[in-house]
Write a protein that binds this ligand. Structure first.
Ligand code: FEO
Length: 402
């Protein structure tokens, strides 16, 4: 891109969009693509903060060359080694033979594991609180292990009060012109993809996110520049995203509401969920989502299961076990440390099996899950005489929502 994008007077955005990628980490659908963010500081010394994915790297190298405008690169700061940021690193170091790579010790270990790093002799290892003087800009490195990987650090620029936050505060979705959160309708157009990104990528590591936040309380965050998605630069947007992250990282629901996650081979379990959803709506329950987990991306279901206060899981018997899609979904939810929610179960069992028991066993590992109502069970389809029983469950779920 022969076009400079400024973050501040000396800081430029040199990242790239990837709209061709189907899935992030080959798992999570990307209907709107993703942006790999990278930043360049032009000072007495020049510093590039993070690389991008090799898939779109040709434009990236062009961005760097254009922004450097003939200058050399002095430092390459690697906050996070995952390949969406580092598969291009060897080429950057090759193109700029005088650049020193600034990285954590563990980051260097991962670089060698993943990329057969060619330039071990050009490495400066940094740790908690270490500083880097670029001339006018004074950078400080803050360790952020497990936000998302163990080697992660973030970098704070004391001069322009910019936090280069690595994966934290990132989002799925390519950048469409507007680079800053205050230039878009973030709540309408970005928040869902920010939540889906956080819950699925970083969600398991809430305590690590909170440990980082504790370290950041004394830093004046005027700009937050993540490795994916839009940049936050107004007090309102920074407060908004910090508030969301605090809820997400402490596993607190954002809103009252019910996600009904169902699987349904022939439509009968779907019918059971639709009846319950209608009953909940008639009882004044806000925010009801019904998802067929065979159809809707698990990452979307997971994002909403974490967003809302209540969930209802349908346990369908398949080959005497729990329906495989639901089994996988519940294991992923548990793996992400689902907690502090109210859950209920529906079961469809035509002639036997352990579907409900398996689901309860999987979620039994989660902390502070309150079971609302008795599991509602059907044999193949909802029978008319069961409607009072289903209505009782709807009453109990509605009453549990504050
Ligand atoms: Fe965007 Fe954990 O990499």
């Amino acid at each position: 891109m022969y076009y400079k994008r400024k973050i501040t007077d000396d800081i430029y955005y040199v990242g790239e969009n990837d709209r061709r990628i189907e899935r992030f980490e080959n798992m999570f659908e990307l209907p709107d693509g993703v942006a790999y963010n990278s930043y360049l500081i032009l000072d007495q010394k020049t510093a590039l903060l993070d690389g991008i994915d090799e898939a779109v790297s040709e434009r990236y190298y062009e961005n760097i060359r254009f922004a450097l405008d003939g200058r050399d690169l002095d430092y390459l700061i690697v906050n996070h080694v995952e390949p969406d940021h580092c598969s291009s690193i060897n080429n950057v170091l090759r193109e700029y033979p005088n650049a020193t790579m600034v990285i954590t010790q563990k980051g260097l270990q991962f670089m060698e594991q993943f990329y057969n790093l060619d330039y071990q002799d050009r490495v400066q290892i940094v740790g908690e609180g270490d500083k880097l003087d670029l001339g006018k800009h004074q950078l400080e490195f803050i360790m952020a292990p497990n936000v998302h990987w163990p080697e992660v650090m973030v970098t704070y620029d004391h001069t322009d009060n910019v936090l280069f936050s690595a994966d934290a505060f990132g989002s799925f979705k390519a950048i469409a012109g507007h680079l800053f959160a205050d230039q878009v309708n973030f709540e309408r157009d970005w928040l869902e993809e920010a939540r889906r990104y956080y819950m699925n990528i970083v969600g398991r590591n809430g305590p690590s996110v909170m440990r980082l936040f504790k370290k950041l309380v004394d830093f004046d965050l005027k700009i937050i520049a993540p490795l994916h998605g839009v940049v936050f630069r107004t007090p309102e947007m920074i407060e908004m995203i910090l508030d969301k992250y605090t809820k997400w990282a402490t596993y607190e629901p954002e809103e009252p509401g019910v996600v009904l996650a169902c699987a349904s081979m022939y439509g009968d379990s779907q019918n059971m969920n639709d009846i319950l959803a209608a009953m909940l709506a008639d009882r004044g329950v806000p925010n009801i989502r019904v998802y067929d987990i065979s159809k809707t991306s698990p990452s979307q279901v997971i994002a909403d299961v974490f967003r809302f206060s209540n969930a209802v899981f349908t346990c369908l018997t398949y080959n005497t076990q729990l329906y495989p899609g639901m089994d996988a979904l519940l294991r992923e939810i548990a793996m992400l440390n689902y907690a502090n929610r109210k859950i209920s179960f529906l079961e469809n069992q035509s002639w036997g099996g352990r579907a409900l028991a398996i689901a309860q066993e999987i979620l039994g590992k989660c902390k502070n899950l309150e079971i609302i109502g008795e599991p509602f069970k059907i044999k193949s389809s909802v029978a008319p005489e069961q409607m009072d029983e289903l209505a009782k469950l709807a009453d109990e779920i509605a009453a549990s929502i504050e």
